[in-house]
Design a protein around this ligand. Structure first.
Ligand code: FAD
Length: 336
């Protein structure tokens, strides 16, 4: 059983967990980061690595994967340590107020502060009710687009009416041999401008848009070859397809963190917005996993929360020192 000792244990290596390392590092606090996934980056790596993001200050446009790489470069001077591919399961408070955090593999992290940056928790895609769906997983059925190049010159059927379905339709059109978006409604839940773009692409013949419809069956011998589309509950027909990508969102699951005695509201951790602390002293929650009045699930907001968390955690780790805000332009970055 591996035993690690650090100042702060960060649960989750998404963008917010990574930036928390930077804010902690500026204040001379060491971090160990644990993620259930084998790679860092959270949703950006797992769901949309090749998608451009437009609302990161100072970057008019940045690919999600590039933002993760930049964050890794930004925190490198602080030499964080990582346990990847292990899920954090237990939190144990010690008599002196410090913690032991343990993973499913038995790795134990002794720390003074715990920062939960667990995003949506473990990723579980919402799957459509199709009998033989699982038979075609990794043989044509995908629940997320990791690398758009996989779909180049292929016949792809996307399903869904939210932002992911609309964004990927726009992005993949022109790359695929044939792209069809199947949506059960007549209006979209996603951004109106994306919906308008998808509608005009369909009118121009760049994509096929089938409304009031569902994919009800999958066909193919060893891999997916066709899907059955049921239109308006009346006329089923088959559509040739190399890939079927249902994008019905992710089911938020806190998993083991649910049993830590944290105050929860709708699958999220309730925090005090003064410093993003939870009801357990010494445990903070930042990024998509927390909730408070006015919460926005944006990377930008998680970055801000990380900064305020760090100055509060400083009081726990250095109780005898006074926190003084120092600009990086004055002090630069001092390696840990
Ligand atoms: P996450 O990115 O979810 O990372 C959390 C990490 O914690 C995960 O890697 C997970 O494996 C890990 N974890 C969870 N539980 C445990 C555990 N028990 N043990 C170990 N590890 C654990 N936001 C924007 O600001 N701008 C955009 O343009 C934008 N576009 C988006 C487009 C799409 C398609 C999607 C899905 C989201 C978009 N977002 C956007 C939202 C943005 O991705 C999230 O706000 C951001 O990822 C939150 O970061 P996070 O670090 O809090 O959580």
């Amino acid at each position: 059983m591996e035993k690690i000792t650090t100042d702060i244990c960060i649960v989750g290596a998404g963008p917010v967990g990574l930036f928390a390392v930077f804010e902690a590092g500026l204040l001379r606090m060491r971090c160990h980061v644990v993620d259930a996934l084998p790679v860092v980056g959270g949703q950006l790596t797992e769901i949309y690595p090749k998608k451009p993001i437009y609302d990161i200050p100072g970057f008019p446009e940045v690919l999600a994967g590039d933002l993760v790489r930049n964050l890794q470069a930004q925190i490198a001077p602080f030499h964080p340590t990582f346990t990847l591919g292990e899920r954090v399961e237990h939190l144990e408070k010690q008599e002196d107020g410090s913690f032991i955090v343990t993973t499913n593999e038995g790795t134990a992290i002794a720390c003074k502060v715990v920062v939960i940056a667990g995003g949506l928790g473990s990723f579980e895609p919402r799957k459509p009710a199709i009998d033989n769906l699982e038979q075609y997983e990794r043989k044509g059925v995908a629940y997320m687009v990791r690398d758009p190049e996989e779909f180049r010159d292929k016949r792809v059927v996307l399903a869904g009416g939210g932002d992911s379905a609309l964004d990927w339709t726009i992005y993949l059109a022109g790359r695929c041999k044939e792209l069809t978006l199947v949506h059960r409604g007549t209006t979209f839940r996603g951004a109106p401008e994306s919906a308008a773009k998808v509608t005009s692409m369909a009118e121009e013949g760049q994509i096929k848009l089938i409304l009031k419809s569902n994919v009800t069956q999958l066909h193919g011998n060893h891999a997916l070859a066709a899907v059955t589309v049921l239109v308006d509950n009346e006329t089923p027909y088959q559509l040739e397809a190399d890939y079927f990508i249902p994008l019905f969102g992710l089911v938020p699951k806190l998993g083991p963190l649910e049993n830590w005695g944290l105050e929860l509201e709708k699958n999220a951790i309730v925090v005090n917005t003064v410093d993003y602390s939870t009801n357990i002293p010494g445990v903070y929650a930042i990024g998509d996993i927390n909730t408070y009045p006015g919460k926005l699930k944006l990377i930008l907001c998680g970055f801000h929360e990380a900064a305020l968390m760090a100055q509060s955690a400083y009081q726990i780790i250095y109780p005898d020192k006074k926190f003084v805000l120092k600009y990086t332009t004055v002090n630069g970055i001092q390696e840990l």
